[in-house]
Design a protein around this ligand. Structure first.
Ligand code: SF4
Length: 445
């Protein structure tokens, strides 16, 4: 059957900000080829599933979703189906074998090639584009990126990861670290600000391990250079690796008011024994010391973290150590998950007892209950405070909008007589606090 070039595409995105950005890159390249986006998969003649392998049973879920799209394809044989993202990288040729009507597979490091992949498919062959080309061969197409929204611009500075955390699939799905040159990053930030973006988020799996490939300048230097760019109101970065966070980086947070007073710093466990089994390369003393220095440099900084509960070998004592750390640090928010094994990682081969599902469930519930109380207490101390917030969306209640404080808290507010423009800054006083959000009213600037 001769395939017709698609006219409309639909992208479904799972997972982290890296995947969101990859979907924007996929979209921009398709649009350059004259294929237009649609929000309705029924209208699309090209569907891309940008998958995430951090999800539990990731491959199974991805195949099941692709199965739903294949049902659509039975009624519309001209529909093209592309499998992208981290699960696609892991599955590669196997995905084409398993799904005879899948048209192509693209790994995260090959996103810049979607245009060529589509052309190759239209000329007859099913295509697998996975693996890790050198940074120099990667196509970023950033000037033409199809970005969602107009206020927060995400900028990848480092892709892949060189670490070997025993639970993590990233090194095998996104490959070894590839650093983008400083001048490219600065040019992209300036370009986004010229375009009207107000907030820039620097992205990388280990964002603070970035090094300029030619000068070896580190992330502290980059933070300083980016923060000094005229017109940048808010600068964030994610995800930081505790061991790589130097004092120079800590100092930059105190030096630049436009670096947001919010930091995501995954600790994963409060037990040194479990951290060793995870291969994290730091202990709790290092983490604690870093938190202290961050709070000295930037008083009031909001901290969030990731925790894995029920990692192989985790005893009651190890879990209690995690709860102790949470009580001590008082994080503004926590992303906590039950451990589940990922294919190709080292943790399932550790010679330690597995934690039963029921035990892990109960631990996770205890952790959530503890954290919910802490978050409520912290948020209650913010009642009466006024924040300059970035307006991000309309609220659920008539007359309300939603935004983010500089410390990244969600704030729903009554906008008064006139709504604020989405993407603008407005001043809001906090009137009520809940564990996961704040509620307030707009006040005169
Ligand atoms: S630092 Fe560890 S958890 Fe983070 S991406 Fe690398 S291997 Fe995964």
């Amino acid at each position: 059957m001769t395939l017709a070039p698609p006219r409309r595409f639909f992208v479904e995105t799972w997972g982290c900000q890296m995947n969101e950005l990859d979907s924007q890159r996929l979209s921009s390249q398709l649009m350059q080829q004259g294929v237009l986006p649609t929000r309705d998969p029924q209208e699309a003649d090209l569907i891309l599933l940008n998958s995430c392998s951090v999800r539990e049973k990731a491959a199974q879920k991805a195949y099941s979703r692709l199965g739903e799209y294949r049902v659509m394809k039975r009624h519309r044989p001209e529909l093209l189906l592309g499998f992208c993202g981290c699960v696609a990288q892991q599955e590669g040729d196997r995905a084409l074998e398993r799904l005879p009507d899948l048209d192509f597979v693209i790994g995260p490091a090959r996103v810049g090639e979607v245009g060529q992949v589509l052309q190759r498919r239209l000329s007859g062959r099913r295509v697998v584009a996975t693996g890790f080309p050198d940074a120099a061969e990667r196509n970023y197409d950033l000037d033409l990126l199809s970005r969602e929204g107009t206020y927060k611009g995400m900028v990848t500075i480092i892709e892949g990861c060189n670490k070997k955390c025993t639970f993590c699939i990233v090194p095998s799905t996104r490959g070894p670290e590839q650093n983008r040159p400083m001048e490219h990053i600065l040019a992209e930030v300036r370009h986004l600000l010229d375009f009207g973006f107000r907030e820039i988020e620097l992205l990388g799996q280990t964002v603070n391990h970035w090094r300029d490939p030619s000068t070896a300048a580190d992330f502290a230097v980059l933070l300083d250079r980016v923060a000094r760019i005229d017109g940048l109101e808010r600068l964030r970065f994610v995800t930081s690796y505790p061991r790589d966070f130097t004092q120079d980086m800590v100092d930059q947070l105190g030096r630049h008011a436009n670096i947001c007073p919010y930091l995501h710093l995954p600790v994963q466990s409060g037990s040194d024994r479990i951290l060793r089994l995870m291969g994290r390369g730091y202990d709790i003393e290092l983490y604690r010391d870093l938190i202290g220095r961050l709070r000295t440099s930037r008083p009031g900084i909001a901290l969030s973290t990731d925790i894995i509960v029920g990692f192989p070998g985790e005893t009651d004592e190890d879990f209690e150590a995690t709860l102790e750390l949470i009580s001590e640090v008082r994080f503004a928010s926590i992303f906590a998950f039950k451990y589940s094994s990922r294919p190709g990682t080292a943790a399932p081969r550790l010679k330690v007892p597995i934690v039963e599902m029921g035990v892990a469930d109960r631990r996770l519930q205890r952790l959530f209950a503890l954290q919910k109380g802490i978050q409520l207490e912290i948020n209650q101390t913010l009642v009466g405070e006024t924040f300059d917030i970035l307006v991000t969306s309309w609220g659920k209640q008539p007359g309300s909008q939603t935004g983010r404080t500089p410390c990244h808290r969600l704030l729903h507010f009554d906008f008064g007589e006139q709504a604020a423009e989405l993407g603008s800054m407005t001043r809001v006083v906090v009137e009520k606090a809940f564990p996961h959000s704040l509620v307030g009213s707009r006040v005169a600037a």
